[in-house]
Ligand binder design. Structure first.
Ligand code: PEP
Length: 257
């Protein structure tokens, strides 16, 4: 079943930014991003969320966070930020399971699934990142890895809750490396993820957005976003420059999806 899915382009600022630098970047984005077409969002570090939320007021650009605590209730969790706090400061989205969280901070599939559940319970839209390492790709394990990562969440929260989120396929070997998956490689994995969901619920599979992430730039976005199962992108480095990010959003809009 073919359904229309509005493309979405999300900027993951990672641990970048400053009060002055963010103001300049956001000013540029407000100037350059159109009010119609692909949806867009930025995910700054936690400390900047309220100021970025205020700076984006009245613009079509939405706000997201880069991580969330898996605990649903407030409590003694030093250093953590809850999903309801993210909602309170204006977030719509939250990234969960980014490979930098999985690899550097040891987040497991089970923890990522709990974070996804906490986000949905608070009314946030979680962006679930999945992706294989270079070694896993070279050994032919790509589909097994991403399906395992997806199924950990489906079995924890059910496919209906997965349908309230967004998926992001981010091959680890393409993040921040300048290497991108070819459009065909991305399409194959996106179709695999969508197919796994379709085997449980075809309607949800038709409506859930699957973003691609990994060294997307203005120069390569168009051909990747043109693939039938690619519904936009999760953008790291290129989201820190207003003109570059705006050009990527324009590429998503130009697909006419
Ligand atoms: C990311 O961090 O999600 C990402 C895709 O980074 P980059 O675009 O820099 O590869």
């Amino acid at each position: 079943m073919k359904m229309t899915r509005q493309p979405l382009v999300v900027g993951n600022w990672k641990m970048h930014g400053s009060i002055a630098g963010n103001a300049e970047l956001l000013h540029g984005l407000r100037e350059l991003l159109p009010t119609s077409g692909a949806a867009s969002a930025v995910c700054p570090p936690f400390v900047y969320l309220p100021a970025v939320s205020a700076a984006l007021a009245g613009s079509p650009i939405e706000l997201g966070a880069q991580d969330v605590c898996e605990q649903g209730e407030a409590g003694a969790y030093t250093g953590e930020v809850s999903a309801s706090m993210l909602r309170e400061v204006g977030c719509r989205y939250v990234i969960v399971g980014h490979s930098e969280r999985r690899v550097i901070y040891g987040e497991t599939d089970a923890l990522v699934a709990r974070k996804f559940a906490a986000a949905v319970a608070a009314g946030l839209v979680p962006i679930l990142c999945v992706g294989e390492s270079l070694q896993e790709r070279d050994s032919g394990a790509t589909e097994a890895v991403v399906v395992r990562q997806l199924e950990a969440v489906i079995s924890a929260v059910g496919v209906g809750a997965v349908g309230r989120g967004v998926l992001a396929y981010e091959p680890v070997w393409a993040i921040g490396t300048g290497r991108t998956a070819s459009p065909e490689q991305a399409q194959d994995v996106h179709a695999c993820l969508r197919g796994r969901i379709a085997s449980i619920d075809a309607t949800i599979a038709g409506s859930v957005r699957v973003l691609y992430g990994g060294s997307v730039k203005a120069g390569n976005a168009k051909e990747i976003f043109a693939m039938p199962d690619v519904d936009g992108g999760l953008i790291g480095g290129a989201s820190l420059k207003a003109a570059e990010f705006a050009a990527i959003v324009a590429a998503a809009t130009a697909t006419g999806k």
